[in-house]
Write a protein that binds this ligand. Structure first.
Ligand SMILES: *[C@@H]1O[C@H](CO)[C@@H](O)[C@H](O)[C@H]1NC(C)=O
Ligand SMILES: *[C@@H]1O[C@H](CO)[C@@H](O)[C@H](O)[C@H]1NC(C)=O
Ligand SMILES: *[C@@H]1O[C@H](CO)[C@@H](O)[C@H](O)[C@H]1NC(C)=O
Ligand SMILES: *[C@@H]1O[C@H](CO)[C@@H](O)[C@H](O)[C@H]1NC(C)=O
Ligand SMILES: *[C@@H]1O[C@H](CO)[C@@H](O)[C@H](O)[C@H]1NC(C)=O
Ligand SMILES: *[C@@H]1O[C@H](CO)[C@@H](O)[C@H](O)[C@H]1NC(C)=O
Ligand SMILES: *[C@@H]1O[C@H](CO)[C@@H](O)[C@H](O)[C@H]1NC(C)=O
Length: 876
């Protein structure tokens, strides 16, 4: 009794793809006190083995070499933070796989075993600058927005002597801007290639000592690490290019091959190598779809490195379009600094002139800028919002001309192809909403460019009046960006799953001009939190340089100091301050962070949700570290609130993106104004009265405690960002039952409802059932139980490892839902401590999934949300 295929999205569970594309929990089902569950995206057969101590590791390797266990050692770690191995066990034979794992787990010298997870390379958008094109570089560099220019000129501080380690895709250090060489005496003074060009996350790395990115233009490599390196420390006076800390040194640890992903085993090795290289700042912009904080080997290593005084900076993630709680691991680690992105005030753009319109129109080419001078005409006959979505709508007038098309309703690709088929020689898209020209990439074989909504309307009006001819000079100009100084759309929103304060601060990450490898032309513009994180890492290098030979401040102090003096930015085209859930403390202001003498701790406040009164009252401490008595006044600067849901129309399916909302919390301060003598501290208690919005809406309110300095010349204002949620997070549904999840599907994507019977015949390949799950809300634990279909009694557990689950995204190419195969084994309830699952006897079962609600107590039954499948007949 098969139901029709899930029709609302494509299913990727087919044949051999299973091993590669499906997000699986642990590849093999094991319960053991030392086995740390893997969560999503584990690499089959790959494990990190953590030893009790160094000598234990040696013994382990020796005894393995002497035994017949089918296991290969991929990496050895011998470090004060991590002693262990990365091993590979052949995953194709489940029994051998499980028993080898058990042999390892049973050893007394093994502390824990963790599956290695796959981490995708960071997503960025790229604008390459054509060779020979002149960009007025000086004006596109955002250092005036962040006070980096003042640190360079007034403090004469360019980060000399500070070593910033970057874990990325390698670097083309032969560029003049990056020093023209590698090793002692060069800007890129240290580094290592942990993986080799061909590594893609699944295959075996081939390390070598040279982190050069020489992938070549044909490889598909992005040049990401070279771009990041230029942002932190590039310097090329003949091209007017200056990075944030142009006299700092770089250490590049290459974690990615030319294309593909990397593994957590490589990342951990990279972090340890960066620490050992003596780095003062370590940067990492890797992302996972999970907003959970600590709970992993990786986060454990990060917290240990930071505890040693090394500053670790992480990109918050590029999933802002997907709404609330999209900030990603490992930026969520409690000791890490999670960086949001703000748009550059200026961007590079090209211009065209149109007969009948005064002044140039700016445009963005989609790909190579080969559009030629010609007449422009309207593409759509009907003038519909669904402009040119069908071939019938396209006017024959476009033949031999440039077609003007409005964005919206269907794909750019379809519109362009429809116009091309009617004979258009090029397409101009205009935005259907105010804002920027958008970067468009289509595979239609005609040139495509994009312009703003306002310019599109002006062109359309001119076309109504008569013939409009366009001329293109194909030169890059620098122009103010409409969105300059606002939070980038792509910048991931907080908070961390349990409402810890993330992201924490912002750098400039939208439209950042920097170096690219020679094979990509040397220069280009990229956008992403991958750009804002190195920007902040560079400012940290400036701070560290300013400490000189004095004793270093603790990392937590430096983070607070940066947050104290950051600049909260406003919502686009509005006078309202944007939410701390988007921008943290705001845009980094490094001159003030270095020079100002008043310090507030903590530098960020989460008032949590309103289910408990425990978090309503919090205390901040203001300390005068300067030489003079100063006086302050305290007030509340309210920011926009954020509506994560539209409960009436779409329930608790998160809005993607989340919407702004008007709601203000009241704050009561124990002191409204005060004086502070040198060396003295003052505690201020802050009590919140959240706005009276409907608790069902889970509105994220927020703002900034504004500590106003009464002596402008010697003291700047300080701001402490705060947020909270009106409502109880525990009431949020976890499973997307409205869209029919969880559900059981077969490996061709056919769905089986509660009344359908699924037959799983072990002797038939690929006949296993697959549980497809879509989470609206993060869940710390999902229990996967196997029940006797007749008695409805639990017979055991069929899957383990579903811990720290992030939510799924609806508007996304991947991560829309997660799938888990049941391989026919289980851990019987009668032997809960059995280390390994055994094949279930033939018979009829049902699967039951129970997800723990946010802040739920695992021991309280009503804190779990439960779903039960239809019958599954297991045949041997
Ligand atoms: C290291 O671990 C081994 C195996 O657990 C143990 O026998 C030994 O005493 C440990 N050595 C130290 C120095 O802790
Ligand atoms: C560098 O900046 C100066 C002053 O703005 C300008 O005259 C010069 O053309 C620029 N050089 C390049 C290579 O952009
Ligand atoms: C919020 O409250 C829950 C319990 O209601 C707690 O588990 C969680 O840690 C709190 N988060 C923060 C940031 O205080
Ligand atoms: C750190 O490396 C990641 C890639 O691994 C990159 O995306 C990010 O921009 C870098 N951040 C810093 C602070 O250098
Ligand atoms: C809400 O705020 C975001 C972030 O600043 C902004 O991009 C968006 O345009 C705002 N929406 C409205 C309707 O003002
Ligand atoms: C800015 O806001 C004003 C008033 O809300 C509105 O009339 C105008 O169209 C907006 N401009 C843009 C470019 O969004
Ligand atoms: C379910 O329980 C019934 C009654 O105890 C038993 O006969 C049957 O074998 C059980 N089925 C399975 C799959 O365990």
């Amino acid at each position: 009794m098969k139901k029709s295929s899930l029709s609302y999205f494509p299913i990727v569970v087919a044949g051999v793809c299973l091993a590669v594309f499906v997000m699986t929990a642990d590849a093999v089902n094991v319960i053991h006190p030392k086995y740390k569950k893997g969560g999503n995206n584990v690499i089959p057969g790959r494990y990190l083995v953590n030893f009790e101590n160094k000598s234990a590791g040696t013994l382990f390797a020796q005894s393995l070499e002497a035994s017949n266990v089918d296991l290969s050692i991929k990496k050895k770690y011998s470090h004060e933070f991590f002693n262990g191995l990365s091993v590979h066990i052949d995953p194709t034979d489940d029994k051998l796989h499980a028993s080898t794992l058990k042999t390892i787990l049973d050893r007394s010298d093994v502390r824990s075993v963790t599956p290695v997870r796959l981490i995708q390379r960071p997503k960025v958008t790229v604008k390459t600058i054509k060779k020979g094109t002149k960009v007025p570089v000086a004006s596109v560099i955002p250092h005036a927005m962040t006070q980096v220019d003042r640190v360079h000129t007034e403090l004469k501080n360019k980060g000399k002597g500070v070593l910033v380690a970057i874990l990325d895709t390698g670097v083309d250090y032969m560029l003049p801007a990056l020093g023209g060489g590698f090793g002692k005496g060069f800007k890129v003074s240290k580094g290592y290639d942990l993986v080799g060009d061909a590594y893609n996350g699944y295959n075996t790395p081939t390390p070598d000592s040279d982190p050069l990115d020489a992938c070549g233009a044909e490889s598909g490599a992005s040049g990401h690490g070279t771009h990041v390196s230029g942002i932190v420390a590039g310097f090329d006076p003949s091209n007017n290019f200056t990075g944030v800390a142009p006299e700092a040194n770089l250490a590049m640890f290459r974690l990615f091959g030319c294309t593909g992903a990397t593994g957590t085993d490589v990342i951990i090795e990279g972090i340890l190598m960066a620490y050992d290289s003596g780095a003062d700042v370590i940067n990492l912009s890797l992302g996972e779809y999970s907003s959970w904080g600590d709970g992993d080997v990786e986060e454990d290593v990060i917290n240990k490195v930071v505890a040693k005084g090394v500053n670790m900076v992480f990109s918050a993630g590029n999933a802002g379009d997907n709404g609330i709680s999209t900030v990603g691991k490992p930026s969520t680690a409690s000791a890490g600094f999670s960086i949001a992105s703000i748009e550059n005030a200026y961007h590079t753009i090209r211009t065209l002139t149109a007969s009948g319109i005064d002044g140039p129109i700016t445009y963005l080419p989609g790909g190579d800028d080969t559009i030629a001078d010609n007449e422009v005409v309207m593409s759509d006959k009907t003038g519909a919002a669904a402009d040119s979505c069908t071939p019938e709508q396209v006017s024959p007038n476009v033949n031999g001309k440039i077609a003007l098309i409005q964005r919206g309703t269907c794909y750019f690709e379809d519109k362009a192809v429809n116009a091309m088929k009617a004979g258009a020689v090029a397409v101009i898209f205009y935005n259907n909403i105010p804002g920027e020209e958008i970067l468009i990439s289509v595979t239609a074989n005609i040139p495509v460019i994009s312009i703003t909504n306002a310019d599109g309307k002006a062109l359309a009006a001119a076309i109504k009046k008569g013939t409009v001819k366009l001329t293109f000079d194909h030169k890059e100009v620098v122009a103010p960006s409409n969105l300059g100084g606002t939070v980038s759309d792509f910048s991931s929103l907080g908070a961390e799953a349990e409402l810890n304060f993330k992201p924490q601060i912002a750098g400039v990450g939208g439209n950042v001009y920097s170096t690219l490898p020679r094979f990509l032309g040397g220069w280009g513009i990229m956008s992403g939190t991958s750009m804002s994180a190195p920007y902040v890492a560079g400012t940290m290098a400036l701070y560290i340089h300013s400490e000189g030979s004095k004793k270093r401040q603790a990392v937590s102090f430096v983070h607070e100091q940066f947050q104290n003096y950051a600049l909260p930015v406003k919502v686009y085209n509005s006078s309202v301050i944007d939410s701390p859930v988007r921008q943290g403390a705001g845009l980094v202001q490094v001159y003030d962070a270095i020079t100002q003498k008043t310090h507030i701790t903590p530098a960020q406040i989460s008032f949590n949700d309103t289910s408990s009164s425990k978090y309503k009252k919090q205390t901040i401490t203001v300390t005068n570290r300067g030489p003079k008595t100063i006086s302050y006044e305290v007030k509340n600067d309210v920011s926009t609130a954020i509506a994560p849901y539209d409960v009436k129309t779409s329930g608790y399916t998160p809005l993607e993106p989340a919407e702004n909302y008007s709601a203000a919390a009241k704050l009561r301060f124990s002191t409204k104004s005060f004086k502070l003598a040198p060396g003295k501290s003052k505690k201020i208690t802050v009590t919140v009265t959240p706005p009276k919005t409907n608790p069902r809406d889970h509105i994220y309110y927020g703002g900034y405690i504004h500590v106003v300095s009464k002596q402008k010349s010697s003291g700047k204002d300080i701001k402490v960002p705060y947020f909270g949620v009106v409502g109880s997070q525990k009431t949020l549904p976890i499973f997307d039952t409205e869209s029919g999840f969880p559900t059981v599907i077969d490996q061709s994507g056919n769905e089986y409802g509660a009344k359908d019977v699924f037959t799983f015949d072990r002797s038939i390949k690929n006949s296993e059932p697959v549980a497809a799950i879509r989470l609206l809300t993060p869940s710390k634990t999902i229990k996967a139980e196997l029940l006797n279909a007749t008695t409805k009694k639990v017979v055991g557990v069929f899957l383990t490892g579903l811990n720290y689950n992030g939510r799924n995204f609806l508007n996304s190419d991947d991560n829309q839902y997660s799938t888990y195969i049941w391989d026919g084994t289980y851990i019987p309830s009668s032997m809960p401590d059995a280390p390994l699952p055994i094949p279930a006897p033939a018979g009829t079962y049902v699967l039951r999934l129970s997800a723990l609600k946010l802040f739920g107590n695992p021991k309280t039954k009503k804190d779990w949300e439960t779903w039960t499948s239809g019958s599954i007949v297991l045949k041997n």
